[in-house]
Design a protein around this ligand. Structure first.
Ligand SMILES: *Cc1c(COP(=O)(O)O)cnc(C)c1O
Length: 454
């Protein structure tokens, strides 16, 4: 007899609403502040950057937000995504724990990012926007948005962090294939980029710098808006289709997770899988642990401070209440490019502060070891970002084994690593190194902050 491995849903079971965790949070996230006046901003301050419907979603306290039919229709290109019982991984680890994973790598872009790229492009299209400017780190967000923009006939301009632009040529080609224009950031095209290059012509770029460039392009062109692939409330909300589907799938399997694990860059795939389950924690029905896993080279959740900070490097975005390493922090060039961001979003930060979620930080060699083990047991070669979740799963399994208990663990396999094979090559050749940030580096970055303390 074949042991059931895949847990599938019908297209009709694609969620009809996104879940907004703000409605259930005991302490609501603090308001964003104006970058200059440092006073709370209203939704209208975001109007140069985002279409009105997304701004409404950014501030809404409504618990359920309806997914437009056009968006559900496009979701059905790859959704519902499969859930797998990780039978091979359980065997390899010799455990009684049950391990499930939701596989978001089946999207055209190969990650969870299209879950928000599609609705963002849709609302821009509905409001007559002609072009969207954005940044991308490893290229996952840029490729997802390029794909989504093309579906709605919107031009897409992507500022890609220089180290990735040079190290991940296939992601750039994907974006070009879907019709986007891609620049190596920092560029000479914006004031933000030029000021960075004046200080350091060899600056390797960072997400914070690329955001500054894309925001500047949107703010200075009437027909152009900006889009962000993580961090913001509406982005996290769009991703809850992952967890909502996962709940139905686990229900079919007759299970419920004790622990949910996801890698953490800005919080979108973690929020996506965890928030719908945390709803049951917040209303007192369950006690699931939700663990966000960040790289030791960019440890904002485990070693950052909770205070207001900018979302970008130059300081053009609103001030957001967040766990941050400081907006000038430039993380080491690890392969999990999607996790190299200095801060976390307002919702995630409040949840962490209130002890509703947990965080852990793991070095990249431990992560790649986990990724190799996973690929040999389960087949899929995980994105470097996703290996952080797998490494944490292994830590939790080892702990459960040592305690002689069995846990049900769900993790988000948020993307495949088919375009990240250079990183695997380095690992296999023993060339991959760990980056530990010294306390002095973190202190130096934080000491430059003059943003409001909470
Ligand atoms: C972008 C990305 C991440 C990090 O972003 P989150 O918003 O934290 O999800 C992680 N994994 C993959 C595959 C990504 O593309």
């Amino acid at each position: 007899m074949i042991q059931q491995r895949k847990i599938l849903l019908q297209e009709s079971e694609i969620p009809t609403h996104w879940y907004n965790i703000v409605a259930d949070m005991p302490n609501k996230p603090l308001p964003p502040l104006h970058p200059a006046t440092k006073q709370p901003i209203g939704p209208e301050a975001l109007a140069p950057l985002f279409p009105m419907e997304l701004i409404k979603q950014e501030v809404t306290q409504e618990k359920w937000v309806e997914i437009p039919d056009e968006v559900r229709n496009l979701y059905s290109i790859w959704r519902p995504t499969p859930m797998f019982r990780a039978i091979g991984l359980e065997k390899a680890l010799g455990t009684n724990c049950k391990i499930y994973y939701k596989y978001e790598g089946v999207s055209p872009a190969g990650s969870h990012k299209p879950n928000t790229a599609i609705p963002q492009a849709y609302y821009n299209y509905k409001e007559g926007v002609k072009k969207i400017a954005t940044e991308t780190g490893a290229g996952q967000w840029g490729s997802a948005l390029s794909f989504a923009c093309k579906l709605f006939g919107i031009d897409c301009e992507v500022f890609m962090v220089k180290v990735s632009y040079e190290g991940k040529p296939y992601r750039k080609i994907m974006m070009n294939t879907w019709g986007a224009k891609v620049h190596s950031s920092p560029t000479n095209l914006t004031n933000a980029g030029r000021s960075i290059l004046e200080q350091d012509p060899n600056n390797p770029g960072s997400l914070g710098i690329a955001i500054s460039e894309a925001v500047e392009v949107a703010a200075t062109h009437d027909d152009t808006k900006y889009a962000l692939g993580s961090v913001l409330n509406h982005v996290l909300m769009h991703q809850t289709v992952i967890g909502l589907e996962a709940m139905k799938q686990l229900e079919k399997a007759g299970d419920y997770p004790d622990i949910i694990i996801a890698p953490f860059g800005g919080g979108s795939n973690f929020a996506g899988i965890a928030f719908p389950f945390l709803q049951n924690n917040l209303i007192g029905k369950q006690k699931t642990r939700a663990i966000a896993v960040e790289p030791t080279s960019c440890p904002k959740l485990t070693r950052g401070v909770f205070r207001y900070d900018f979302g970008d490097t130059v300081g053009m975005t609103p001030l957001i209440p967040m766990y941050t390493l400081g907006h000038n922090f430039i993380p080491s060039p690890i392969h999990a490019g999607g996790l190299r961001y200095h801060g976390a979003g307002a919702i995630i930060s409040q949840l962490l502060k209130d002890g509703i979620i947990e965080a852990d930080a793991i070095n990249q060699t431990e992560c790649f070891e986990a990724g190799i083990l996973f690929s040999r047991a389960e087949g899929v070669i995980p994105a470097p970002e996703a290996t952080h979740a797998i490494a944490e799963v292994i830590r939790q399994v080892n702990q459960a084994n040592a305690e002689g208990v069995s846990k049900t663990i769900l993790f988000n396999l948020c993307g495949h690593g088919n375009f990240d094979l250079a990183a695997y090559e380095q690992f296999l050749n023993g060339k991959l190194v760990d980056f530990e940030v010294s306390q002095a580096e973190i202190d130096a970055s934080l000491s430059q902050l003059n943003t409001p303390i909470i």
